[in-house]
Design a protein around this ligand. Sequence first.
Ligand code: BGC
Length: 901
Amino acid sequence: MTDASVNKLTCEYLDNPLGIDVTQPGLSWIIESEQRGQKQTAYQIRVASGQDLLRRDFADLWDSGKITSDQCVLVPYKGKPLKSRMHCYWQVRIWDKDDTWSPWSDINMWSMGLLEKDDWQAQWIGRNRNLNDYPAEFRGKDLRLPPSPFLRKTFELDETPAKATLYVTALGLVEPSINGDKVGKRMFVPGWTDYNKRIYYHTFDVTHYLFKGENSIGAILADGWYAGYVGFCLDQNIPNPRNQYGDTPALLCQLEVELENGEKQVICSDSSWTTAIGPIKEADLFMGETYDACSELLGWNLAGYIEKTWKPVDLIEPAKGVLEAYPTVPVRMTGEMTPVEITEPEQGVYLFNMGQNFAGFARIKVTGEAGSKVVIRYGEMLHPDGSLMTENLRFARAIDTYILNGDGTELWQPRFTYHGFQYVEVRGLSFVPDEHTVTGIIVNSDIHPAGRLECSDDMVNQLYSNILWTQRSNFFEVPTDCPQRDERCGWSGDAQIYVRSAAYNANIASFMRKWLVDLVDAQKNDGIFTDWAPYSFVFKNEQASGWVDAGVIVPWVIYQMYGDKRLLEYMYPAMQKFIDYMNNRSDGYLLAANENDWGDWLAIGAQTSLDYLASAFYAYDVKLMAEMASVLGKNSDIDYYTDLFEKIRLAFKDKYVASNGRISEHTQTSYTLALYFGLLDSQQEARAAKYLADLIKENNGNLATGFLGVKHLLPSLTRFGYTDIAYQLLLNTDFPSWGYSVVNGATTIWERWNSYTIDGGFNPDGMNSFSHYAFGSVCEWMFSVMAGIDAKEVGFRKILLKPQPNKRITYVNSHYTSLYGRIESSWKIRDNDLVLDVTIPANTTAELHLPAVNIKQVKENMAPVDQSVGVRFIEIKDDLVIFELESGSYQFLSEGIADHF
Ligand code: BGC
């Protein structure tokens, strides 16, 4: 009997997903075992169309039989062809290192969505915009926002339903409900895409929402990204700041019911539905929501409701996009916050400090007279006089309004808006509030956490917490730059800089894959990727270096973290087209700046030229293309891109680099990029790294990089032996540094090094977010160097454990859950010894680099290592003893070493 068990099954990275449309889904599982060196030598997968069938050993869709293979990640389904609506129940067992089989895993499932065009019988419906629908007080105002239409239909079921599935999507946003209950917990359905390219539908199991007899289905629509304000349109006087994709929200839904007698009934959105305007007077992502509880349509989504002001819906001309299954984790409410302080800066104006900057909204609990109005404003910071600071929201009004109906205690929260904030200001209360009056509701894409890290330095711990919160607030349907102002776009530069850090913190495989589809959808005909995706509005001639390159860099990083070749295959033609475009634009293998380059955005200190950045990123893209061609076995492309990279590198070196490694630009960013991207001759690298180290010293030991430099800075320093300087940069608290924001009270990562300074107060520029993840890109170094968890082979199939301690930190505890399971690396300094605890998941191996000058210094579980099971000594190199480790948990001790750090 083996002790290995098979757990945490996922299909296309998701837990029991409903309504997928990948016809050969990738199946993954995690093997858990207490034994060292445990691994999978074979597997068997069974898939059946019914759970009970599987229990009776009857796998009608696929029985793989015993397959000799160690693959446990993204094993492609190879059973009977998958068709629309199929339910697939599956389980796995494995054979372990001794060829003993494990018990079968628990049964998991996935279901197929509507794969064929004619599976859809539903029609797009909505309510044509009509000024009479607008509440009088909003008509004619500059900031006129339309109310949310309510849609409904009743229908009869002759029998109790055995199974019912709702497929639903919208142009705009939709909240579906059945018999009075909101369907599922998803919010901001269907999410953001280029609706003219693809529209995602969501699938819900609604069996338990329905019963025999008269039932009712309802939907509330809102503008969302489709027709509401998006991006910085208002700020830039873009002529049509709303309605980027269309002007009328619409619903498409299909409720498919199987009755107990075997009959089927399908209820579709069509002209038989009716619509009314209800209490949601305004709903906009940036502007906020206004809810008039006096105009509630009580019982509107129940059968038996008497329609008074309702009228037939309008059929709506749909956007051109194809219907596809929502491919990733949805946005949901993921937590609640209680205020830590309540103040009253002005009489009757209450400020709730939530103690943490996050994305979401406030839920209020109020009493008062019918018709009285509670106005809720949001802000990230306070002015010195204690009032709410909203200047940095720019044109995002960020106000929610609730009009009471006077019926006892009223509880309300918005549905179709969100804000980035730490402070909530409430006006119009008729009572003195307490901490139950306002609850902070955290909203974001509900992505599984992956890694966590904690160390002996409180400032670093707070910095790490700030990174996590900033990621949480900005992984909101797309990776956004910020959650508060009139922007919230999927800026590609920010994403490529931060993506590796993000992947350490959360399992972003499917989230980023979805965004890469957005990026390809946005790609211009000439091949250039865009500065943000989805690319809703056109700004200027966007093609900024460091931004457009996301189309090559992000797929590569995601491949490194998860090993999914399919993503590279999907991206490859788009990437080729992009490189062709860059080649055409290049002159003598170098690129010149674009008219609208952003440069090393928000760098503080000496600037790196735009031309330099353009050529450096071009070179790096081509280098990665050669790598990706090799992964995909495209042999002629490998030679082509390798050769092209060398030509660009030589031209770059000729123009910018002296033979002694000095770069003519002589900035921290120029060195850090040249080193990280491999643009120098090997004999120049050490010299260039020394110049970089000296530049930092000359700058009082502080960094001077912007978005593009910052991610590469600490990794480059470490790679060339300056880990002590990297630690210094991490631990600095004077200006400019990460620590400066922390000691000044930050709970998230700021957009600028000088978003706030003690001397200057808030940066006067309106573009001043306090929740912007780009500078949080130091996180990947914290994991890979400080904690020492990195991938030796893609997807962490083989792990590199190489903690590089520093005496200013006395311990680090960390873990990272890869697709294979939980990796742990924790070290502490005890007396003068280094104690390291590591865990390597079953079915993987690791290479451990332990600081020690000879092997006798090293003990495993207090015994000499050569007697240990699972440990194989490889070599001693550069004061590191290198071992190969099999899976399992180990404690190593490196004696008398701490003086060296
Ligand atoms: C965004 C950034 C983005 C930048 C481009 C800003 O307004 O917030 O994060 O990358 O524009 O320069």
